[in-house]
Design a protein around this ligand. Structure first.
Ligand code: NAP
Length: 256
């Protein structure tokens, strides 16, 4: 067996970047876990396993079977179930664990944000009169727009939305970040968008739409994160690497 065995729960740019920073380390064995939702996932720099574990119990079993020493939750801030499972499984297994979690965006001068706490609430927050809405919340919850069919929607996702929405006026845009400010400005102008619905994901890759909305004076209905007790978190790859080094050296000293 090699060195410290690390399981990264991924599906984010940060998880891929962290894996890339660890890939060449001879003292670590790294496995990246993906849910398997994306049809054509980006190539990963370390071995990958795909699909659910079967709840917290399944994850705890996997950690034991694979003799994982360190669990890193680097999933998306809105992937609440897997993060709760990570807390539970790490507790059951008694192994070291932490989260790599981007900080949420904060509104700055010029932003016109309305904070809501779910995608359903965001759709309900649109006025009753027809609006031109850019929906940038991923494909899984796009169907919430069906509750307000009066609006015109432009729905952006990596993979196709299935089943398609039942609203009469919808355009699907398939694209994968990162997105550039000039492209977001051009898109919002071209479609004459007057409301953006977004999740407060944090990070750089999808921030351009928020900046573009600010520049154009467009309202953003911002779905904020739920406040849940998770694993102790770091916010940057550098901090994650620092913590990994610390944990790996203490495991080595203990002869684990
Ligand atoms: P979720 O609701 O928290 O998780 C649902 C179930 O999917 C989990 O209970 C788990 O199944 C499985 N799962 C989730 N992430 C996994 C992973 N990395 N490896 C193995 N199994 C995983 O998650 P979600 O919101 O559907 O997100 C799924 C994936 O997409 C995550 O990897 C996340 O990082 C990524 N993602 C999510 C969003 C978002 O807005 N939610 C945005 C971008 C990327 P079992 O219980 O069977 O283990």
């Amino acid at each position: 067996m090699g060195g410290t065995r690390i399981l990264i729960l991924g599906g984010t740019t940060e998880a891929r970047r962290l894996a890339a920073a660890l890939a060449a380390r001879a003292d670590l064995d790294v496995i990246l876990s993906l849910a398997g939702r994306t049809i054509d996932p980006a190539p990963q720099p370390v071995p990958v396993r795909t699909g659910g574990f079967g709840g917290a119990e399944g994850l705890a079993r996997y950690l034991k079977d694979k003799q994982i020493n360190l669990l890193i939750d680097a999933t998306h801030p809105f992937a609440a179930r897997i993060s709760a499972n990570a807390v539970d499984a790490a507790g059951r297994s008694g192994i070291a664990a932490f989260a790599l979690r981007r900080t949420a965006w904060l509104p700055i001068e010029g932003d016109r944000w309305r904070a809501v706490h779910s995608v359903a609430e965001a759709i309900a927050a649109l006025d009753p009169s027809p609006r031109r809405v850019f929906l940038a919340i991923g494909r899984q919850e796009a169907h919430r727009a069906n509750d307000a069919p009066v609006h015109h929607y432009w729905v952006r996702s990596v993979d196709p939305v299935e089943p398609v929405l039942t609203v009469p006026d919808v355009t699907y845009i398939h694209a994968k970040g990162p997105f550039r400010l000039e492209d977001e400005l051009a898109m919002l102008r071209e479609y004459r968008i007057d409301a953006v619905v977004a999740k407060n994901s944090g990070g750089d890759a999808t921030y351009a739409k928020i900046e573009a909305a600010r520049q154009l004076g467009i309202e953003v209905i911002m779905v904020e994160r739920a406040q849940v007790a998770g694993l102790p978190a770091v916010e940057t790859i550098e901090a994650a690497l620092h913590r990994i080094d610390h944990l790996a050296s203490s495991l080595m000293k203990r002869g684990v």
